[in-house]
Design a protein around this ligand. Structure first.
Ligand SMILES: Cc1ncc(COP(=O)(O)O)c(C=O)c1O
Length: 407
Protein backbone atom coordinates (compact mmCIF):
# COMPACT_ATOMS: atom_id res chain seq x y z
CA UNK A 1 0.00 0.00 0.00
CA UNK A 2 1.37 3.43 -0.83
CA UNK A 3 0.76 6.82 0.69
CA UNK A 4 -2.91 7.85 0.65
CA UNK A 5 -2.27 11.40 -0.52
CA UNK A 6 -5.92 12.47 -0.24
CA UNK A 7 -6.02 11.36 3.37
CA UNK A 8 -2.67 13.04 4.01
CA UNK A 9 -3.81 16.38 2.61
CA UNK A 10 -7.12 16.23 4.44
CA UNK A 11 -5.18 16.29 7.72
CA UNK A 12 -3.60 19.70 7.00
CA UNK A 13 -6.14 22.56 7.06
CA UNK A 14 -3.61 24.98 5.54
CA UNK A 15 -3.33 22.87 2.38
CA UNK A 16 -6.82 24.02 1.38
CA UNK A 17 -5.10 27.28 0.44
CA UNK A 18 -4.50 28.17 -3.21
CA UNK A 19 -0.80 28.31 -2.44
CA UNK A 20 1.62 25.49 -3.15
CA UNK A 21 4.01 25.02 -0.22
CA UNK A 22 7.47 24.09 -1.48
CA UNK A 23 9.59 25.85 1.12
CA UNK A 24 9.16 23.03 3.59
CA UNK A 25 12.82 22.86 4.55
CA UNK A 26 12.18 26.33 6.00
CA UNK A 27 9.16 25.08 7.97
CA UNK A 28 6.41 22.55 7.33
CA UNK A 29 2.63 22.74 7.55
CA UNK A 30 0.96 21.29 10.63
CA UNK A 31 -1.79 18.66 10.80
CA UNK A 32 -4.93 19.40 12.76
CA UNK A 33 -4.08 16.73 15.33
CA UNK A 34 -1.01 18.69 16.45
CA UNK A 35 -2.88 21.99 16.67
CA UNK A 36 -5.67 20.32 18.63
CA UNK A 37 -3.21 19.05 21.22
CA UNK A 38 -1.82 22.56 21.74
CA UNK A 39 -5.25 24.06 22.34
CA UNK A 40 -6.31 21.04 24.39
CA UNK A 41 -3.37 21.64 26.73
CA UNK A 42 -3.76 25.40 26.98
CA UNK A 43 -7.53 25.33 27.40
CA UNK A 44 -7.61 22.40 29.78
CA UNK A 45 -4.47 21.82 31.81
CA UNK A 46 -2.32 24.89 31.76
CA UNK A 47 -0.81 24.71 35.24
CA UNK A 48 2.75 24.37 36.49
CA UNK A 49 4.09 20.82 36.66
CA UNK A 50 5.59 19.26 39.73
CA UNK A 51 2.95 20.08 42.35
CA UNK A 52 0.90 17.54 44.30
CA UNK A 53 -2.58 18.80 43.28
CA UNK A 54 -4.54 16.92 40.63
CA UNK A 55 -4.37 19.24 37.59
CA UNK A 56 -0.60 19.56 38.01
CA UNK A 57 -0.33 15.78 37.86
CA UNK A 58 -2.52 15.70 34.74
CA UNK A 59 -0.33 18.33 33.07
CA UNK A 60 2.79 16.41 33.96
CA UNK A 61 1.26 13.28 32.40
CA UNK A 62 0.63 15.14 29.16
CA UNK A 63 4.13 16.58 28.94
CA UNK A 64 5.56 13.14 29.67
CA UNK A 65 3.37 11.72 26.88
CA UNK A 66 4.98 14.25 24.52
CA UNK A 67 8.43 13.13 25.62
CA UNK A 68 7.45 9.48 25.14
CA UNK A 69 6.15 10.27 21.64
CA UNK A 70 9.52 11.76 20.67
CA UNK A 71 11.27 8.75 22.19
CA UNK A 72 9.34 6.62 19.67
CA UNK A 73 10.02 9.12 16.91
CA UNK A 74 13.80 8.82 17.29
CA UNK A 75 13.89 5.30 18.76
CA UNK A 76 15.78 6.35 21.88
CA UNK A 77 16.45 3.80 24.60
CA UNK A 78 15.48 6.12 27.48
CA UNK A 79 13.02 8.98 27.60
CA UNK A 80 15.45 11.11 29.64
CA UNK A 81 17.85 11.09 26.68
CA UNK A 82 15.63 13.76 25.05
CA UNK A 83 16.45 17.38 25.72
CA UNK A 84 13.75 19.84 24.64
CA UNK A 85 14.22 23.51 23.79
CA UNK A 86 13.06 26.32 21.53
CA UNK A 87 15.20 25.73 18.42
CA UNK A 88 18.02 23.61 17.09
CA UNK A 89 20.25 26.67 17.05
CA UNK A 90 19.80 27.11 20.79
CA UNK A 91 20.11 23.38 21.48
CA UNK A 92 23.48 23.09 19.72
CA UNK A 93 24.76 26.19 21.52
CA UNK A 94 23.70 24.81 24.88
CA UNK A 95 25.28 21.48 24.05
CA UNK A 96 28.55 23.23 23.23
CA UNK A 97 28.36 25.05 26.59
CA UNK A 98 27.68 21.82 28.45
CA UNK A 99 30.56 20.05 26.68
CA UNK A 100 33.12 22.84 26.88
CA UNK A 101 34.86 21.72 30.05
CA UNK A 102 35.75 18.41 28.37
CA UNK A 103 37.97 20.25 25.87
CA UNK A 104 41.58 21.22 26.55
CA UNK A 105 44.08 23.19 24.43
CA UNK A 106 45.17 21.08 21.47
CA UNK A 107 42.00 18.97 21.35
CA UNK A 108 40.37 18.85 17.93
CA UNK A 109 36.83 19.22 16.63
CA UNK A 110 35.88 18.39 13.06
CA UNK A 111 33.04 20.28 11.38
CA UNK A 112 31.93 20.33 7.72
CA UNK A 113 31.56 23.09 5.16
CA UNK A 114 28.14 21.67 4.20
CA UNK A 115 26.44 22.33 7.54
CA UNK A 116 23.96 25.03 8.48
CA UNK A 117 25.84 27.64 10.52
CA UNK A 118 23.85 26.63 13.61
CA UNK A 119 25.91 23.45 13.66
CA UNK A 120 29.27 25.08 12.93
CA UNK A 121 29.31 28.37 14.84
CA UNK A 122 28.84 26.90 18.35
CA UNK A 123 31.77 24.52 17.85
CA UNK A 124 34.06 27.17 16.39
CA UNK A 125 33.25 29.46 19.31
CA UNK A 126 33.66 26.80 21.97
CA UNK A 127 36.96 25.67 20.42
CA UNK A 128 38.28 29.23 20.46
CA UNK A 129 37.33 29.61 24.13
CA UNK A 130 39.01 26.33 25.09
CA UNK A 131 42.11 26.65 22.90
CA UNK A 132 40.96 23.66 20.82
CA UNK A 133 41.47 23.37 17.06
CA UNK A 134 38.72 23.20 14.44
CA UNK A 135 39.35 21.19 11.30
CA UNK A 136 37.06 21.42 8.29
CA UNK A 137 35.80 18.34 6.50
CA UNK A 138 34.99 19.84 3.10
CA UNK A 139 32.84 18.24 0.44
CA UNK A 140 34.38 17.19 -2.85
CA UNK A 141 34.01 20.27 -5.09
CA UNK A 142 33.00 18.09 -8.06
CA UNK A 143 30.55 15.58 -6.55
CA UNK A 144 29.59 17.83 -3.61
CA UNK A 145 29.69 14.72 -1.41
CA UNK A 146 31.46 14.34 1.92
CA UNK A 147 34.04 11.62 1.42
CA UNK A 148 34.62 9.27 4.38
CA UNK A 149 38.25 8.85 3.41
CA UNK A 150 38.73 12.58 3.89
CA UNK A 151 37.24 12.28 7.37
CA UNK A 152 39.54 9.38 8.21
CA UNK A 153 42.53 11.45 7.07
CA UNK A 154 41.47 14.41 9.21
CA UNK A 155 41.07 12.42 12.42
CA UNK A 156 43.97 12.31 14.87
CA UNK A 157 44.35 11.02 18.41
CA UNK A 158 43.39 14.55 19.56
CA UNK A 159 40.02 14.46 17.74
CA UNK A 160 37.31 14.48 20.40
CA UNK A 161 34.23 15.43 18.42
CA UNK A 162 32.97 15.22 14.85
CA UNK A 163 29.98 17.37 13.86
CA UNK A 164 28.14 16.66 10.62
CA UNK A 165 24.76 17.31 9.10
CA UNK A 166 22.65 14.26 8.26
CA UNK A 167 21.27 16.02 5.18
CA UNK A 168 22.58 19.28 3.80
CA UNK A 169 19.69 21.77 3.75
CA UNK A 170 21.09 23.16 0.49
CA UNK A 171 22.25 20.03 -1.35
CA UNK A 172 19.63 17.55 -0.14
CA UNK A 173 22.30 14.85 0.09
CA UNK A 174 21.90 12.17 2.79
CA UNK A 175 25.16 11.44 4.58
CA UNK A 176 25.81 7.84 5.75
CA UNK A 177 25.54 8.56 9.44
CA UNK A 178 25.83 4.96 10.60
CA UNK A 179 29.12 4.52 8.75
CA UNK A 180 30.35 7.89 9.96
CA UNK A 181 29.51 6.94 13.57
CA UNK A 182 31.53 3.74 13.26
CA UNK A 183 34.54 5.59 11.89
CA UNK A 184 34.33 8.32 14.52
CA UNK A 185 34.00 5.84 17.39
CA UNK A 186 36.88 3.72 16.09
CA UNK A 187 38.95 6.90 16.31
CA UNK A 188 37.85 7.39 19.93
CA UNK A 189 35.76 10.52 19.26
CA UNK A 190 32.08 11.39 19.64
CA UNK A 191 29.62 12.25 16.91
CA UNK A 192 27.09 15.10 16.87
CA UNK A 193 24.59 15.11 14.00
CA UNK A 194 22.33 17.91 12.82
CA UNK A 195 19.21 15.99 11.76
CA UNK A 196 17.08 19.04 10.92
CA UNK A 197 16.96 18.53 7.14
CA UNK A 198 16.65 14.75 7.43
CA UNK A 199 13.93 14.38 10.06
CA UNK A 200 10.89 15.29 7.89
CA UNK A 201 11.83 12.69 5.28
CA UNK A 202 12.99 9.43 6.90
CA UNK A 203 12.62 7.57 10.19
CA UNK A 204 15.28 8.47 12.75
CA UNK A 205 16.92 5.57 14.57
CA UNK A 206 19.52 6.80 17.04
CA UNK A 207 20.13 3.29 18.41
CA UNK A 208 20.77 1.69 15.05
CA UNK A 209 23.08 4.51 13.95
CA UNK A 210 24.81 4.74 17.36
CA UNK A 211 25.06 8.53 17.27
CA UNK A 212 26.01 10.38 20.47
CA UNK A 213 24.13 13.66 19.94
CA UNK A 214 21.35 14.17 17.39
CA UNK A 215 19.28 17.36 17.13
CA UNK A 216 16.37 18.51 14.99
CA UNK A 217 13.57 21.07 14.81
CA UNK A 218 10.01 19.85 15.30
CA UNK A 219 8.55 22.69 13.24
CA UNK A 220 10.04 21.09 10.15
CA UNK A 221 8.55 17.72 11.11
CA UNK A 222 4.90 18.83 11.00
CA UNK A 223 5.03 20.12 14.57
CA UNK A 224 5.22 23.47 16.36
CA UNK A 225 8.25 25.76 16.86
CA UNK A 226 10.09 23.53 19.25
CA UNK A 227 13.24 21.40 19.04
CA UNK A 228 14.74 18.28 20.50
CA UNK A 229 18.26 17.10 21.08
CA UNK A 230 18.88 13.41 21.70
CA UNK A 231 21.92 12.73 23.88
CA UNK A 232 23.04 9.16 24.54
CA UNK A 233 22.68 8.51 28.27
CA UNK A 234 26.36 8.00 29.04
CA UNK A 235 27.21 11.24 27.21
CA UNK A 236 24.37 13.09 28.93
CA UNK A 237 25.64 12.11 32.37
CA UNK A 238 29.04 13.58 31.47
CA UNK A 239 27.65 16.97 30.43
CA UNK A 240 28.04 19.92 32.79
CA UNK A 241 25.03 21.29 34.60
CA UNK A 242 24.02 24.49 32.79
CA UNK A 243 20.94 25.16 34.93
CA UNK A 244 20.73 26.35 38.57
CA UNK A 245 23.69 25.56 40.81
CA UNK A 246 21.74 23.03 42.87
CA UNK A 247 21.06 20.75 39.89
CA UNK A 248 23.30 17.70 40.03
CA UNK A 249 25.11 15.99 37.16
CA UNK A 250 22.71 13.07 37.55
CA UNK A 251 19.60 15.24 37.03
CA UNK A 252 18.91 14.41 33.39
CA UNK A 253 17.71 15.91 31.19
CA UNK A 254 16.83 18.79 33.55
CA UNK A 255 20.40 20.02 34.06
CA UNK A 256 20.66 20.80 30.31
CA UNK A 257 17.10 22.12 29.90
CA UNK A 258 17.46 25.57 31.51
CA UNK A 259 14.03 27.09 32.04
CA UNK A 260 10.99 24.93 31.49
CA UNK A 261 10.79 23.59 27.94
CA UNK A 262 7.44 24.68 26.56
CA UNK A 263 4.73 22.38 27.90
CA UNK A 264 2.01 22.69 25.28
CA UNK A 265 4.47 22.26 22.44
CA UNK A 266 6.02 19.22 24.07
CA UNK A 267 2.56 17.70 24.52
CA UNK A 268 1.77 18.53 20.86
CA UNK A 269 4.48 16.04 19.85
CA UNK A 270 1.93 13.32 20.62
CA UNK A 271 0.04 14.73 17.62
CA UNK A 272 3.08 14.38 15.33
CA UNK A 273 3.40 10.72 16.29
CA UNK A 274 -0.38 10.25 16.12
CA UNK A 275 -0.49 11.65 12.60
CA UNK A 276 2.48 9.63 11.33
CA UNK A 277 1.26 6.37 12.86
CA UNK A 278 -2.15 6.93 11.33
CA UNK A 279 -0.73 7.24 7.82
CA UNK A 280 1.61 4.30 8.46
CA UNK A 281 -0.87 1.85 9.92
CA UNK A 282 -1.03 -1.35 7.87
CA UNK A 283 -2.17 -3.51 10.72
CA UNK A 284 -3.72 -2.35 13.99
CA UNK A 285 -1.59 -4.69 16.09
CA UNK A 286 1.72 -3.21 14.98
CA UNK A 287 3.67 -1.06 17.44
CA UNK A 288 3.71 2.71 16.98
CA UNK A 289 7.35 2.46 16.00
CA UNK A 290 6.51 -0.04 13.25
CA UNK A 291 3.69 2.18 11.98
CA UNK A 292 6.07 5.13 11.98
CA UNK A 293 8.61 3.17 9.93
CA UNK A 294 5.87 2.14 7.50
CA UNK A 295 4.86 5.78 7.17
CA UNK A 296 8.39 6.93 6.41
CA UNK A 297 8.84 4.14 3.91
CA UNK A 298 5.81 5.34 1.97
CA UNK A 299 6.86 8.97 2.44
CA UNK A 300 10.33 8.24 1.01
CA UNK A 301 8.88 6.51 -2.06
CA UNK A 302 6.42 9.34 -2.70
CA UNK A 303 9.04 12.05 -2.24
CA UNK A 304 11.54 10.27 -4.51
CA UNK A 305 8.86 10.22 -7.18
CA UNK A 306 8.21 13.97 -6.77
CA UNK A 307 11.94 14.64 -6.71
CA UNK A 308 12.54 12.76 -9.93
CA UNK A 309 9.67 14.62 -11.62
CA UNK A 310 11.31 17.96 -10.88
CA UNK A 311 14.91 16.82 -11.41
CA UNK A 312 14.12 15.35 -14.83
CA UNK A 313 12.79 18.77 -15.87
CA UNK A 314 15.81 20.60 -14.44
CA UNK A 315 18.31 18.18 -16.03
CA UNK A 316 17.11 18.98 -19.51
CA UNK A 317 16.45 22.72 -19.07
CA UNK A 318 19.13 24.77 -20.77
CA UNK A 319 21.31 26.88 -18.47
CA UNK A 320 20.21 25.10 -15.29
CA UNK A 321 22.83 23.65 -12.96
CA UNK A 322 21.56 21.42 -10.16
CA UNK A 323 23.56 22.03 -6.98
CA UNK A 324 23.63 18.54 -5.48
CA UNK A 325 22.92 15.08 -6.82
CA UNK A 326 21.12 15.08 -10.14
CA UNK A 327 19.15 11.90 -9.41
CA UNK A 328 16.44 11.21 -6.86
CA UNK A 329 18.09 8.05 -5.45
CA UNK A 330 16.05 7.24 -2.36
CA UNK A 331 19.10 6.26 -0.31
CA UNK A 332 21.16 9.31 -1.13
CA UNK A 333 18.96 12.38 -1.39
CA UNK A 334 15.77 13.96 -0.15
CA UNK A 335 13.48 16.16 -2.22
CA UNK A 336 15.26 19.37 -1.17
CA UNK A 337 16.46 20.49 -4.58
CA UNK A 338 18.66 23.50 -5.33
CA UNK A 339 19.76 24.93 -8.65
CA UNK A 340 21.18 28.00 -10.32
CA UNK A 341 20.67 29.33 -13.82
CA UNK A 342 23.50 30.69 -15.95
CA UNK A 343 23.37 34.47 -16.27
CA UNK A 344 20.42 34.87 -13.88
CA UNK A 345 20.11 35.88 -10.25
CA UNK A 346 18.36 33.36 -8.03
CA UNK A 347 16.25 35.99 -6.25
CA UNK A 348 14.86 37.25 -9.57
CA UNK A 349 13.78 33.76 -10.60
CA UNK A 350 12.04 33.16 -7.30
CA UNK A 351 10.18 36.46 -7.25
CA UNK A 352 8.92 35.75 -10.76
CA UNK A 353 7.54 32.41 -9.51
CA UNK A 354 5.81 34.12 -6.53
CA UNK A 355 2.99 35.38 -8.75
CA UNK A 356 2.06 31.75 -9.54
CA UNK A 357 1.31 31.33 -5.83
CA UNK A 358 4.06 28.81 -5.28
CA UNK A 359 6.23 29.24 -2.22
CA UNK A 360 9.87 28.52 -3.01
CA UNK A 361 12.95 30.38 -1.85
CA UNK A 362 16.41 31.68 -2.77
CA UNK A 363 19.55 32.22 -0.72
CA UNK A 364 22.30 30.39 1.12
CA UNK A 365 19.96 29.02 3.81
CA UNK A 366 22.63 29.79 6.41
CA UNK A 367 24.87 27.17 4.79
CA UNK A 368 26.95 30.25 4.09
CA UNK A 369 30.33 28.53 4.09
CA UNK A 370 29.17 26.10 1.42
CA UNK A 371 27.57 28.84 -0.68
CA UNK A 372 30.81 30.82 -0.49
CA UNK A 373 33.03 27.82 -1.24
CA UNK A 374 30.91 27.02 -4.30
CA UNK A 375 30.90 30.65 -5.47
CA UNK A 376 27.13 30.90 -5.23
CA UNK A 377 26.86 34.24 -3.42
CA UNK A 378 27.32 36.27 -6.63
CA UNK A 379 23.99 34.98 -7.90
CA UNK A 380 22.33 35.55 -4.51
CA UNK A 381 22.56 31.89 -3.61
CA UNK A 382 20.51 29.11 -5.13
CA UNK A 383 16.85 28.62 -5.96
CA UNK A 384 15.64 25.97 -3.51
CA UNK A 385 12.52 23.84 -3.90
CA UNK A 386 11.92 21.72 -0.82
CA UNK A 387 9.14 19.19 -1.02
CA UNK A 388 7.61 16.90 1.57
CA UNK A 389 5.11 14.07 1.43
CA UNK A 390 1.99 16.24 1.18
CA UNK A 391 3.15 17.71 -2.13
CA UNK A 392 1.65 16.24 -5.28
CA UNK A 393 2.46 15.52 -8.91
CA UNK A 394 0.05 18.27 -9.93
CA UNK A 395 1.92 20.77 -7.75
CA UNK A 396 5.25 19.78 -9.28
CA UNK A 397 3.74 20.28 -12.74
CA UNK A 398 2.45 23.70 -11.70
CA UNK A 399 5.95 24.59 -10.51
CA UNK A 400 7.53 23.37 -13.74
CA UNK A 401 5.14 25.57 -15.76
CA UNK A 402 6.01 28.56 -13.56
CA UNK A 403 9.76 27.88 -13.76
CA UNK A 404 9.58 27.50 -17.50
CA UNK A 405 8.14 31.01 -17.72
CA UNK A 406 10.53 32.45 -15.13
CA UNK A 407 13.87 31.12 -16.40
C1 LIG B 1 20.05 21.92 8.55
C2 LIG B 1 19.58 22.92 9.56
N1 LIG B 1 20.17 22.97 10.75
C3 LIG B 1 19.79 23.83 11.70
C4 LIG B 1 18.77 24.73 11.47
C5 LIG B 1 18.37 25.68 12.56
O1 LIG B 1 17.15 25.26 13.12
P1 LIG B 1 16.32 26.19 14.10
O2 LIG B 1 15.55 27.13 13.25
O3 LIG B 1 15.41 25.25 14.86
O4 LIG B 1 17.27 26.88 14.99
C6 LIG B 1 18.14 24.75 10.23
C7 LIG B 1 17.07 25.72 9.95
O5 LIG B 1 16.69 25.95 8.82
C8 LIG B 1 18.55 23.81 9.25
O6 LIG B 1 17.97 23.75 8.04
Amino acid sequence: MSLDIDFVRSQFPSLQSEWVFMDNAGGAQVPRMVVDRISDYLLGDNVQLGASYGPSQVSRGKVMAGREAVKTLVNARHVEELVFGPSSTIQFRLLADALASQFAPGDEIIVTNTDHESHVGPWVRMAAERGATVRFWNCDPETLELDLEDLAALMTERTKLVCVTHVSNLLGTINPVKRIARLVHEGGARLCVDGVAFAPHRAIDVQDWDVDYYGFSLYKVFGPHHAVLYVKKECLLELDNIYHYFFTKEQIPGKVEPGNPNYELTYACTGILGYLTEIGEKNRDESDRQKLENAFHDIAVHEAHLGERLLSYLRQKEGVKIIGREDADIDHRVATISFVVAGQKSDEIVTRVDSSRIGIRFGDFYARRLAEDLGLMDMNGVVRVSMVHYNTDAEVDRLITALDAAI
